[in-house]
Design a protein around this ligand. Structure first.
Ligand SMILES: *Cc1c(COP(=O)(O)O)cnc(C)c1O
Length: 390
């Protein structure tokens, strides 16, 4: 058996990707050239949407998405506690109050019954959220039609954190194309499509798209038609709101365009690897990742849970350490956000969202990336088997 270490994720970079980035380095524009609008147009077309706004990472995307939706001091924003910190932090950047919703253990995503009950209770006391941020955990699409129904009933905006779900579909429809008001994608190096660091916001709403473009670049406009005062000359620009420098470079955009062309192939590869994991892990005391009728996961993560049989003889920590000691790069997704010291200081406590906490106590994300081999997968299974017997 090899002792080569197996990462939990690895970017998939082709010669075409390298050529695309190199071409930008030889060109006149390293930033604010033509690659960025081309990447945005191609990403939007891929998702069957009119507007895509690229930024430096998905955290920036979530921040300006919250601002574009009008989130500010005193706003109430809810998200799912089984997510990366950014899903909640984005609302805190705007001065909003954050609250969490527990998961459905079967899907590991925001629980619809818990969300419905919390909304009914909030409606009775007049404290409904302005925005809810569901997360397509592991790349599996949430039940977006049901979430849309709740949003329409209770009058909140849906901000989709699709950071895991680039390329995922629900009944054949790409993420972002329907249901959510704004959708955010991450292109961090561990995600399914990478620009090293990068993010995107998509929307069907032209007014939102303009607002997002301005928030990304200092709140500035350059076209005379958009200005409030007559321009002094062709050099004129006007700041009309407070914005940021959240721009994506040409190098990243060129890499993103090249990766987007390869996304269907990389996606098919992830699906095949996930199916093989399902087969070779089937007899172990594990709960394997859920699937949903009509949903194609992007398979950002392949996260298993130790079942009660396994936990009777060993612990998640022992199994995790055993895999790491064998050179297998496992991770845990996620420590429930509400249990972080920062959020505890805001009044949250362990025990507040028991399903997410129980999931956290059992879960391990196994290596999954397009260049992984069949032999790599058998090595993972062969290492897991004795560890699970304690
Ligand atoms: C990766 C991730 C983010 C943040 O993405 P960055 O591009 O690293 O800022 C946000 N939400 C979720 C669920 C993520 O996994």
């Amino acid at each position: 058996m090899t002792s080569r270490s197996l990462p939990y994720s690895r970017q998939d970079i082709s010669e075409a990707d390298i050529a695309a980035v190199t071409a930008v380095l030889r060109s006149d524009f390293l930033t604010q050239g033509q690659e960025l609008p081309a990447f945005e147009a191609e990403f939007a077309a891929f998702h069957r949407l009119p507007h895509a706004i690229a930024v430096g990472n998905a955290t920036q995307a979530l921040h300006i998405a919250c601002l574009a939706l009008g989130v500010g001091p005193g706003s109430r924003v809810w998200t799912c506690t089984n997510s990366f910190l950014a899903s909640a932090n984005c609302a805190r950047y705007c001065g909003a109050d954050v609250d969490f919703v527990d998961i459905d253990p079967a899907t590991r995503q925001i629980s619809l019954p818990a969300l419905s009950a919390k909304l009914e209770a909030a409606q009775r006391i007049g404290l409904l959220p302005q925005v809810v941020i569901p997360v397509d955990f592991a790349g599996l699409p949430c039940d977006w039609p049901a979430l849309r129904t709740l949003a329409d009933r209770h009058g909140f905006k849906l901000l989709q954190d699709a950071s895991h779900a680039t390329g995922a579909t629900l009944h054949g429809t790409p993420m972002g194309a329907n249901w959510a008001d704004l959708s955010v994608f991450s292109f961090h190096a561990v995600k399914v499509l990478t620009t090293a660091e990068g993010g995107m916001v998509t929307t069907r709403d032209a007014v939102m798209a303009t607002r997002l473009q301005r928030l990304r670049s200092h709140g500035m406009v350059r076209e005379a038609a958009d200005m409030l005062a007559a321009p002094d000359g062709p050099w004129s620009y006007e700041q009309q709101m407070l914005g940021y420098n959240y721009r994506m470079t040409e190098l990243q955009a060129a890499l993103g365009r090249s990766q987007l062309r390869r996304l269907p192939d990389m996606q098919a590869r992830r699906e095949a690897l996930a199916c093989r994991y399902d087969r070779i892990l089937a007899n172990l005391p594990l709960r394997l990742p859920p699937r949903r009728e009509g949903a194609q996961s992007a398979w950002h993560l392949y996260a298993v849970e130790l079942d009660d049989t396994a936990l009777a003889v060993t612990s998640r920590k022992t199994v995790f350490e055993g895999l790491r000691a064998a050179g297998i790069g496992v991770q845990v997704h996620y420590i429930p956000i509400h249990t972080q010291p920062y959020y505890r200081a805001l009044g949250f406590n362990p025990g507040d969202f028991p399903a997410a906490e129980d999931y956290y106590a059992r879960t391990i994300s196994l290596p999954l990336f397009p260049a992984m081999t069949e032999a790599d997968q058998h090595r993972v299974a062969d290492t897991l088997r004795p560890l699970l017997r304690g």
